[in-house]
Design a protein around this ligand. Structure first.
Ligand SMILES: Nc1nc2c(ncn2[C@@H]2O[C@H](COP(=O)(O)OP(=O)(O)OP(=O)(O)O)[C@@H](O)[C@H]2O)c(=O)[nH]1
Length: 253
């Protein structure tokens, strides 16, 4: 389709000679990389979801946390030298249904799962039933995001309570491998480093999955297509055509 001349001028930045104006790789105003990393933390009751988030963001362990209604925490972080906007969604607990296959999961959690780019699945090493929640929870996430690679980590929290351990480390590792993620054993109570390493890993995974940043998502939904590069060969050809027609017309005169 041939555009009216006024439109071709607008596309090339208002110049009257649009053939000579370089077309930028990105639209000038939309191109600032501004990666938004969105994480949701999921797990059974009392496993330490809130404690882990608070530990990661503030380096503190408070001890008593309000029953969770689903707080959203936002921070600007520096991830491998890049300024990134991080959002961490805390969630109310999920619970296994009586048949131990399905899940009781509030609608609010489904929305968070849909919204997020990556998942921190938490159980407590002192509570085997919280561990058994993870597989159905993962299946639930998969139903909401059926295609593509889902960045995910598995965290066995409360590793300070060794005497009360009900889930051996190898079970955590095996499950994480099955789900395609990495297993971290952590203690929100005693150790900031372990918690930090776990969150850093998921942030890096998400950042990789997001690629170029600024809303370029790996799956359906919002997808900002990258503008095509100008076809330089074509521009040169058309430029030569214009020049040669000018030369021809001057020689015929
Ligand atoms: N010993 C120990 N206690 C922990 C640890 N993390 C959390 N807790 C305690 O476990 C309890 C539950 O912690 P929360 O962070 O509220 O757990 P939650 O998963 O958000 O709980 P819900 O609101 O029920 O979903 C609190 O009493 C915490 O102090 C830990 O690493 N070690």
């Amino acid at each position: 389709m041939r555009l009216p001349i006024d439109q071709t001028r607008t596309m090339s930045g208002g110049s009257s000679n649009f053939l000579l104006v370089p077309i930028p790789e990105y639209p000038v105003l939309d191109c600032v990389p501004n990666k938004n990393v969105k994480i949701v933390v999921l797990g059974a009751s009392n496993v330490g979801k809130t404690a882990l988030i608070v530990r990661f963001l503030t380096k503190r362990f408070i001890g008593d946390y309000e029953a969770n209604t689903g707080a959203l925490y936002s921070r600007k972080i520096n991830l491998d030298g890049e300024q990134v906007s991080l959002q961490v969604q805390d969630t109310p607990c999920v619970a296994l249904q009586d048949d131990a296959e399905g899940l009781y999961c509030q609608e609010q959690i489904n929305r968070s799962i849909y919204w997020a780019d990556g998942y921190v699945l938490v159980f407590s090493i002192t509570d085997h039933s919280s561990y058994r929640t993870i597989q159905p929870l993962y299946q639930h996430v998969r139903r909401i995001h059926p295609s593509g690679n889902i960045p995910i980590i598995l965290v066995g929290n409360k590793s300070d309570l060794l005497r009360a351990r009900e889930v051996p480390s190898h079970e955590g590792e095996a499950l994480a491998a099955e789900l395609g993620g990495v297993y971290f054993e952590a203690s929100a109570r005693e150790n900031h480093e372990g918690v930090h390493a776990a969150f850093l890993h998921i942030c890096q995974e998400i950042s990789r999955a997001l690629g170029g940043g600024n809303g370029e998502k790996r799956r359906g939904g919002l997808h900002l297509a990258r503008p095509k590069s100008p076809n330089m060969q074509e521009l040169k050809r058309r430029f030569r055509q214009v020049l040669s027609s000018k030369v021809k017309s001057s020689t015929t005169l």
